[in-house]
Structure formats: C-alpha cells, structure tokens
Design a protein. Structure first.
Lengths: 136, 404
C-alpha cells in the first residue's frame, strides 16, 4: 500500500469514533502492539526524547525500503508513534521524504505533535525524515 | 472569605476548556489574575505611561510616582527596612542570575564553597553551575529525608572557612515542604555566610518578613502572586548591595558617564538598567493590595483547608505515591500512580478542562533523588474550591481506569 492509502485508512478508522475517549482508548490499544517482537529498544542510542515522555525508534534499511520499530514509556504517545510507524515502515526513502503527514491533525491529535508538547513525537518524525534523507 | 465573589473577580476562570469548566490547578507555575491587576496595567497604558526617572513632564512624574509607590508597597509587604533594598527584576530567575553575577565579581574566590539543597529549582542551581567551572566552586548539597524535608542532621558539617554562600528555597515547588529558613539563616550567619532565599513559592503562601528572617537576599516573581509576568523582586540588604558590583549596565543605573569613566547610581537604581517594567510593577502592587484586602491570613487558612481536603481524597486512590509528606506544607501535591505514566494522566485530565503540571518541574536533581523522571503536580490557591477537587478526583480515577 502507498503511504497515502495507509493514511486514508487511518483517518477513516478514527472517523468511526465520536468522542475523544474512544479515540484515546483505540490509540492506547494500538500502542500495546507497537513492539510485537519485544525488541530491546529502550536504549539511549535510540532515544528521541521529550521533556515529558520518551520515544525510542530504531531504523533499518532493507532492499531499498526503510523499516522502523518504536516504543514509548507513555501510552498515548506510544499509540501515535505506532501510527507513524504504520505509515512509514516498509516505504522507500523517496516516498517518505515527499510525504507530509496530515493524519494527526485530521484525527484531532495535533497537539501531540507540537514541538513544545515535548512528547518526542515531533522529534521522532524529524528522525524518520533524516534517516530517509540519508538513504535517498 | 466570599469565594463566589472572589472567583468572579478572576476573568480567566470563566473559560471553558474542551467543553468543560476550567479547573486551574497549575498555580505553582503561574497564577490567574484578578481584574484589578489587569485593569491597573491597562489603565497605566491609557494614562500616565511614560518613561520614569528621566523627564520632568507631568506624565513622567506620575509614572515615576506610580513605580516608586509600587516599590514601597513591596517593601512593606516583605517587611524590608528601606525602599532602597527593593530591586525590580524580570522575575526570580533574573534575580538569582543577578545575585550570582555580582557575588562572582565581588566576593567569590577560587575554590570557595556554596551550599544548595537537593530540592532546588534550576534557577537556583544553574547560575551556580556556571560559576562552578569558572571558579572551581565546591557545591555542597543539603539532602532530603523520606518525607521530603531537609535533612539538617549534618548541616553544620557542610560549612568550612571557604563557605561563602548559602542559597535555598523558602519552600519546594514540587514537595511543598516549607523549609525552616529562619533557623538555617541563623546558623549560616554564625559562619559568616551570605544567605539567599528563593522565595518564588514561599512568598505566595507564607508571610515573609525579611528583617525577621535576617537573610541577605530574598527573591520572588510577580506572576506567581497574582501579578503580571515579567516583573519580580530582589530584596538585598543595603550595606551588602552598596559593597557589590553592578549587573546589567546602561542607562538609568549611572550618575555620570564619559568615554573615560563611569560613576554608578545608588541602590536600588544601580541594579535597574534600562527602561523598567513600570506596568509590571504597578500590576504587582495591585496584586499585593488585592491580597491584603482579602486578608493574607484568611487566604493561607483557606488554602490549608483545601490541601487537607485534597490530601484526604487523593490518599484513598489505589496505587498513589505522594512526593513530599511534611506536616507543614504549601498547598502543592506531587504524585504518581503506580504503573501509569504521568503524561498520559495529565493529557486525559486536560480533556476534562483540568490544568495540572506534569514532568520534572525544573528540578531534575530532585527527580533523580526521588528515583523518577517526573510526576503530576496539583497546586491550589484561594480561588480554587473543594468542588473542583471533587471533580479532579473523579476524573483522575477515570483516567487511571482508562490507562490501566
């Protein structure tokens, strides 16, 4: 699937929820599956930290595609990180670089990406883009 | 105390956040302002706004009078001897930087020692760290016990003949602990040490009399005590300030300038370079007057009631861990819920219009001592209510169930 198709899916999934409580509950659920192989990534070298909560991400390239695994010590950022990974993992560097993620705003969670929110998610996106730039 | 009347005097309290009535529990970060403070600032800009101490015309002399009247109000508020000892700054952080700079220039020698505590805010740590490198300062730390109180058992052993400064919070912005500063200052003075009190939190909930405390410096911020942002106070003992060098230089703090030499102004003007925050000083005066009119003692009594009420309710919650359990505390409760990240709880509370602070609260050494990365802090003042605490507890339980 293309990044755009995945993003459309995400927005549609969240559209099914009327209120923020259901959205957050779904997000929290998504976060629970964020690191299915249980990789030990909560290490300083993978840290994209914020002041409030930490996000970790590892990046790999294989057959011209970029793969990411993420984790966070807080549940809500973990869910959003999971969505970002769903969007970009398995895509080419070029596609990642050309894409501007709008889904966070569309699902009403844009405050989590603001730099001063210090949740590490904005930095996580930057890290993904930087990694893509190196491998473009 | 007429709580409804008081709440009606704070315009920001009428806001709805995410469809809910605002419950503002982040007062230790900054307080909301009564309309009298807001109007004093806009009135200033509508009328006598003018540069102070510099011109002879009517507006300027009115503005100067207002600015100096504010200085005198602050003097009386903290029981200082003279208005010359009241310096207006941007806030506590600037005050601490000012003190550190002038002491560095005039008093601190290589390998001198200073005493801080584990519970200090970064604004009373980082200015000293900058000097640590330069002058190889030996920083001694007073630690805390399990209740979050200063452990003063070995306190006197921290002093040596190289100890020049003791700088300590009046009360902790995280633990709420009110430190026995009078006693501590007494001991420090016996050793001939300069005493600095970070009163950012202390000024809000405790009656301060700097003469009784006998400290050399006391600083606080206007915005934490219902005044505007951008104004703060540094109280400094006159004889000490007279003997110390300058901080920021420029206009307003000089008597005579040529390209060859400069003669500095007297205190407090010596430390007020540039155009001051006149509106800020006027706003701070209005805030102090507002508190005085309600009655500082009444305010403190009510805030203690709120603290007791909140403590009782919050301690019933399963998995609660409270940081700072001293008997006598400022109305601040910092806590975590076992197994749940503080930022998740804060985000959900925010959805219900409840403003709390989560994180390390600019006290990373304290967080390290407590063995945590951060926590949630609620802090009350006299416009908060027991009903707000009830709603907070209800939503906290909801958040915990969502995140378990």
């Amino acid at each position: 699937m293309t990044i755009e198709e995945i993003e459309k899916d995400i927005i549609e999934e969240f559209d099914l929820f009327d209120d923020w409580m259901d959205k957050y509950a779904y997000l929290i659920d998504l976060g629970k599956n964020v690191n299915p192989d249980g990789l030990d990534i909560q290490k300083p070298e993978f840290l994209v930290n914020g002041c409030n909560s930490n996000v970790w991400i590892i990046s790999r390239i294989k057959d011209n595609k970029l793969y990411f695994v993420t984790d966070s010590d807080a549940l809500i950022p973990k869910g959003i990180a999971a969505l970002i990974v769903r969007l970009y993992s398995g895509q080419t560097a070029k596609d990642i670089l050309e894409h501007d993620p709008v889904f966070v705003e569309k699902i009403g969670l844009e405050q989590h990406l603001s730099p001063n929110r210090a949740s590490g998610l904005a930095s996580m996106l930057n890290k993904i883009k930087s990694f893509a730039k190196i491998h473009n | 105390m007429d709580l409804d009347k008081i709440r009606n005097e704070f315009p920001a309290l009428t806001q709805k956040v995410n469809g809910h009535d605002l419950i503002y529990f982040d007062n230790a970060a900054t307080t909301l302002k009564p309309i009298s403070v807001i109007e004093s600032i806009s009135d200033y800009y509508k009328t006598v706004n003018s540069n102070v101490h510099r011109a002879g015309h009517y507006l300027s002399s009115q503005a100067t009078n207002a600015y100096e009247s504010a200085r005198k109000t602050v003097r009386d508020f903290i029981g200082a001897h003279s208005h010359e000892e009241i310096i207006f700054t941007k806030g506590t952080t600037e005050s601490m930087n000012l003190i550190a700079t002038i002491l560095d220039n005039s008093i601190l020698k290589d390998s001198d020692s200073i005493i801080l505590t584990t519970m200090e805010h970064h604004s009373n740590i980082v200015p000293w760290l900058s000097l640590k490198e330069k002058k190889n300062l030996d920083i001694k730390i007073v630690d805390i016990n399990s209740k979050g109180e200063l452990d003063l058992n070995e306190f006197e052993s921290l002093f040596s003949n190289k100890t020049k400064v003791l700088s300590i919070a009046h009360s902790s912005n995280v633990l709420g602990t009110i430190n026995p500063i009078k006693k501590i200052i007494e001991i420090a003075k016996k050793h001939g040490v300069i005493t600095i009190i970070d009163g950012a939190q202390g000024i809000v909930h405790d009656k301060v009399n700097v003469e009784e405390l006998d400290c050399d410096f006391y600083c606080f911020s206007g915005h934490k005590i219902y005044g505007p942002m951008g104004i703060g106070v540094l109280y400094g003992r006159k004889e000490l300030l007279d003997s110390l060098g300058v901080y920021q230089t420029g206009g307003g703090m000089i008597k005579n300038v040529s390209f060859e030499s400069v003669e500095y102004n007297v205190v407090p003007y010596k430390y007020e370079a540039g155009t001051p925050n006149v509106a800020g000083a006027i706003g701070l005066e209005a805030a102090i007057t507002y508190m005085k009119n309600i009655g500082f003692d009444k305010i403190v009594e009510y805030e203690n009631e709120l603290l007791d009420y909140a403590n009782k309710k919050i301690n019933e919650i399963e998995g609660i861990e409270i940081y700072g359990t001293s008997i006598k505390k400022d109305p601040i409760i910092s806590f975590n819920i076992k197994g749940i990240h503080h930022s998740d709880i804060a985000m959900i509370l925010d959805k219900f219009g409840i403003a709390v602070r989560n994180g390390s609260h600019c006290t990373q050494p304290l967080m390290k001592k407590l063995g945590i990365k951060g926590n949630i802090r609620i802090s009350f003042v006299f416009y908060n209510t027991k009903k707000e605490i009830d709603v907070f507890i209800e939503k906290l339980i909801f958040a915990i169930n969502m995140l378990k």
